[in-house]
Design a binder for this molecule. Structure first.
Ligand SMILES: [Mg+2]
Ligand SMILES: [Zn+2]
Length: 188
């Protein structure tokens, strides 16, 4: 064993279809509905020492369906719902663009987390991305860490699509089972 690596591991968690039910282009706090296992799963990550960051593509902004301020308001409400039950979200990163904008932050690109990698001194090789689409899975691989596809939200459809083109992603049924996998992995 070498010198202990002082950098932290992070888990980057997608929002829609992973933490909350995917209501297409959600634009009101009334539409927020957390999956029942979210608070306990995030608590487990907190207790295991992971930095927990929500990473979300929000092309509804570029499409003019809601504003950046609407998004911030909704994200704040989601974090409040989670934190008032005792779990902690360390930060939120989002991309407001569509593919056509050719930004460097829309998942599976990794630009949205650059700020957090510096802020929390994150070792991406020891970090994970969890989400319900191929974008989340490849975001994990592109950052140099691991990706886990969950089968909530668009996950089942995305899984079949990936298998059909010869990609075999690492899969966990929900955020909860993904977190259990990560924590088990981490002990080995
Ligand atoms: Mg999603
Ligand atoms: Zn972007």
């Amino acid at each position: 064993m070498g010198k202990k690596n002082s950098k932290l591991s992070a888990v980057f968690i997608d929002r829609d279809g992973t933490i909350i039910f995917d209501k297409k282009y959600l634009n009101s706090t009334k539409q927020i509905e957390l999956y029942p296992f979210v608070v306990d799963s995030i608590k487990k990550l907190n207790d295991a020492g992971f930095v927990v960051i929500i990473t979300t593509n929000q092309s509804g902004i570029s499409r003019g369906m809601f504003t950046e301020n609407d998004l911030k308001f909704i994200n704040k409400k989601i974090i409040k719902l989670i934190e008032e039950k005792g779990a902690k979200i360390d930060d939120v990163c989002y991309c407001p663009h569509v593919d056509f904008d050719k930004c460097n932050c829309r998942k599976p690109k990794t630009g949205m987390i650059d700020r957090c990698v510096k802020k929390f001194c994150i070792d991406l090789k020891k970090s994970y991305a969890i989400g319900d689409t191929f974008r989340d899975y490849f975001f994990g691989l592109n950052m140099g860490g691991s990706g886990i596809l969950v089968l909530t939200g668009h996950g089942m459809k995305e899984y079949n699509r990936m298998i059909n083109i010869g990609i075999k992603p690492i899969v966990s049924r929900t955020l909860e089972s993904a977190v259990n996998r990560i924590i088990k992995n981490n002990k080995m």
